[in-house]
Design a protein around this ligand. Structure first.
Ligand SMILES: Cc1ncc(COP(=O)(O)O)c(C=O)c1O
Length: 394
């Protein structure tokens, strides 16, 4: 094995990543104080500001009861691919619930958002098609485009003028954006993009991974309204993932019935893979319903975000314009970012240390995420620690 040329190449590349400070490694997740408090558990030892469970649903007692109930009713595994016998009432109900909420005609479930994006693009597009995408679009979209053979044209991040130039050159195409950008937390100008796409006979496809479940528009204007707790972007296709604000796992492509029918018939990711666990489907539907019935979770999140931003402001910690749960603190240098994250960890505070190529070169950052389970004391502890750790010139 050691003499195998591919082993040598891998070894060389691992070494290089290590040298460049870009080697990614797993760490065992520790019990999160904020979530643990929810359940009145003991042994909390970390306050987690790194995950995407924005509404605190992953540890919510109703969610835990729901996965149990789902497992008892439907079983823990789907046991087969959807077209064989893995598609159950639990899946149908979730698809229907999501369609009702978003207004799309049909939905198709996947085990992850990454596979949903890849399946969508690989199935619908082919050589000769053009996909226009925001410069910061997620890796799964880029990989999907590569698989499909379509041409990829990128516009500068959230730059409507540049997007319009590309649409002028490539009408009848599909434009992809995220609703809330995963590493920056800023939001796409969906209304403007939707109008542009209509004018150029192009589809608007929204990766709503970080937006679904929280209506920032209404929260920001204090018009929070139960019936609109889930954002329904103006778009032809919407991809939502269950692993962020819904606190569980899986994803759904929402689109016209024609597109869904075609994907059922043609999507290799869908046809040749074991269906999402029915217990997970039941759980995700419970989460969707909780976003509707408990709007206080989103309001608490929003108040926590505002509190974090006001404390940072008072301590001269520069933030971006993001009003969402994703609050990046841009450091620049990768090593420095890692060192700060490590120092915070030693104080019991977990933040994401995000480096290129996930973010552009020179823009390594602490990806701080705020959630509804954090309390004022925990947020204050983080900001105090950040103020000590950040470079003096910051
Ligand atoms: C914007 C975006 N799209 C898609 C995905 C993939 O979703 P999942 O984690 O369910 O695979 C992610 C996950 O990080 C994401 O941030």
């Amino acid at each position: 094995m050691a003499n195998h040329p591919i082993s040598s190449r891998i070894s060389h590349r691992l070494q290089q990543l290590q040298t460049d400070g870009l080697l990614r490694q797993r760490k065992l997740a520790e019990l999160d104080k904020a979530s643990a408090n929810n359940l009145a558990r003991t042994i909390p030892n970390i306050i987690d500001f790194s995950h995407n469970d924005y509404l605190g649903l992953a540890n919510d007692p109703e969610m835990i009861a729901a996965i149990h109930a789902g497992a008892i009713k439907y079983g823990v595994g789907s046991k087969a691919s959807p077209l064989v016998s893995g598609y159950s009432e639990a899946h149908l109900k979730l698809e229907q619930g999501l369609c009702e909420l978003t207004g799309h005609e049909g939905g198709l479930l996947f085990c992850s958002g990454f596979s949903a994006n890849q399946a969508l693009i690989k199935t619908l597009f082919e050589a000769g098609d053009v996909i226009i995408a925001d410069k910061l679009i997620h890796a799964s979209v880029i990989d999907g485009v590569k698989d499909s053979g379509a041409a990829l044209k990128r516009y500068k991040h959230n730059d409507i003028t540049h997007a319009e130039q590309l649409l002028n050159r490539f009408p009848n195409s599909a434009l992809f954006t995220e609703s809330v950008f995963s590493m920056d937390g800023d939001r796409a100008p969906l209304d403007a993009l939707s109008n542009l796409c209509k004018q150029h006979n192009s589809w608007l496809v929204v990766d709503d991974a970080h937006g679904f479940g929280i209506n920032y528009e209404e929260l920001a204007s204090n018009r929070f309204n139960v019936s609109r707790a889930a954002v329904t972007p103006q778009c032809d296709i919407q991809v939502i993932t269950f692993g962020k604000a819904l606190g569980c796992q899986g994803a759904c492509v929402l689109a016209s019935q024609q597109i869904i029918d075609y994907m059922v018939a043609q999507s290799r990711h869908y046809i040749y893979s074991t269906a999402l666990s029915p217990a997970s489907a039941h759980l995700a539907l419970t989460a969707v319903n909780l976003t509707q019935s408990q709007p206080d979770k989103a309001s608490t999140l929003f108040a926590n975000i505002a509190f974090f931003r006001s404390l940072c402001n008072a301590k001269n910690i520069a933030l971006t314009e993001s009003i969402t749960a994703i609050q990046p603190v841009i450091i620049g240098d990768s090593e420095r970012t890692l060192a700060i994250a490590k120092a915070l960890k030693q104080q019991g505070l977990q933040v994401g240390a995000i480096r290129p190529p996930t973010v552009p070169k020179g823009q390594a950052r602490l990806r701080v995420t705020i959630n509804a389970s954090h309390n004022a004391e925990q947020i204050t502890q983080l900001v105090d620690a950040l103020a000590v750790q950040l470079p003096r010139e910051y």
